[in-house]
Ligand binder design. Structure first.
Ligand code: PHE
Length: 340
């Protein structure tokens, strides 16, 4: 009677093990047969009703069932674990033979390329790169740069104000003031960054980028500015580029200059691009106004300096003969890809 029951449970148990399809199912089978209240445990408990003479033989049979099911479980477990691992590997497999032609390849935006190239040139000339906030105090954007309260550049209509003391910077020149305030000369920095003004047409955008340069040390003159900008223009545009200074005005430089390049298209003879003049206006610059040095805590009797600010969009348009600035902001990847 018990013997038949043992045979039956053996058969059912082994079947169940063979039929389990996951480690979870296998675990259920283990609990059902070998668990505390499982079938095999129940068999062992029923031994107490067996006549004493038969107990050793029956005990051995039940133990054999336990061993058989146990080893079947172990085997099945190994098979399932392997299959489950394979399934995961298959799912997470990287197909290294996938054709790269299916992948869209991006390109650096021309403005990024130009900015990087400019930074490289100036770093090669011994400049380091400085940074400042895009939302800044009027103190840095104006006051310390010798642009007093009543100056027309401070009109509310000409800048994006957050409140009367804070605005989106209109020029990277504010970084000059920030650097001078905390740095003892010699100073030799460039600072690229976004600036904001409420203009919007083919050659102006409400957001554009400038690259500011500042050098402060003993005996710095306008000649150092010219040499540095000439070196930059030859590397950035072409070795035959000439640089010309014209008098100009900025509150924070004295004297101030407007810097022109010889026209790359006609070589200076005069053409449509340079409107017949042979020259193209590139940037504003000058000798740092002693009033600015003093306001920023630098002794203007001991130190002098020069500064310049070049529009990155403007330099890009000149370098690549781009007629409309809006092309640079359209986000058309086909356009960006041409500059690779
Ligand atoms: N900040 C000036 C501008 O935005 C450019 C400039 C920078 C001029 C440094 C002189 C010195 O037009």
């Amino acid at each position: 009677m018990l013997k038949e029951k043992i045979d039956q449970i053996t058969a059912l148990g082994l079947d169940a093990v063979a039929g389990a399809k996951s480690s979870q199912e296998l675990n259920d089978v283990r609990v059902k047969y070998l668990g505390k209240s499982g079938e095999v445990t129940a068999l062992l408990k029923s031994l107490k009703d067996v006549p004493n003479a038969e107990k050793p033989a029956m005990g051995k049979l039940i133990n054999d069932v336990k061993v058989k099911i146990d080893s079947a479980l172990a085997q099945r477990e190994a098979t399932i674990a392997l299959a489950e691992r394979k399934a995961i590997e298959e799912k997470e497999r990287l197909d290294v033979t996938l054709s790269k032609d299916n992948l869209e390849q991006g390109a650096l935006h021309p403005l990024t390329l130009v900015k990087n190239e400019m930074l490289n040139i100036f770093m090669g000339l011994g400049f380091s790169v400085a940074d400042g906030p895009e939302v800044d105090y009027t103190r840095y954007n104006f006051e310390l740069l010798n642009i007093p309260q009543d100056h027309p550049a401070r009109d509310f209509g000409d800048s994006f104000y957050i409140n009367p003391d804070i605005l989106l910077r209109t020029q990277t020149s504010c970084v000059q003031a920030r650097v001078m305030e905390v740095t003892k000369p010699p100073i030799r920095i460039v600072c690229p960054g976004k600036v904001y003004r409420p203009d919007d047409d083919a050659t102006h955008s409400p957001m554009f980028q400038q690259l500011e340069g500042l050098v402060v040390d003993e005996h710095i003159t306008l000649a150092d500015l010219k040499g540095t900008l000439e070196e930059f223009a030859k590397k950035f545009f072409s070795p035959s580029t000439k640089v010309r200074f014209r008098p100009s005005y900025f509150p924070f430089t004295e004297p101030s200059v407007e810097v022109d390049l010889s026209c790359a298209m006609c070589g200076g003879k005069g053409c449509r691009l340079c409107k017949g003049t042979g020259w193209i206006e590139l940037l504003g610059a000058g000798v740092v106004n002693p009033a600015v040095l003093d306001a920023c805590g630098i002794d203007s009797k001991k130190y002098t300096g020069y500064a310049f600010g070049v529009g990155i969009e403007r330099a890009t348009m000149i370098k690549y003969s781009i007629p409309d600035m809006r092309l640079l902001f359209d986000n058309d990847i086909r356009y960006a890809k041409q500059f690779k």
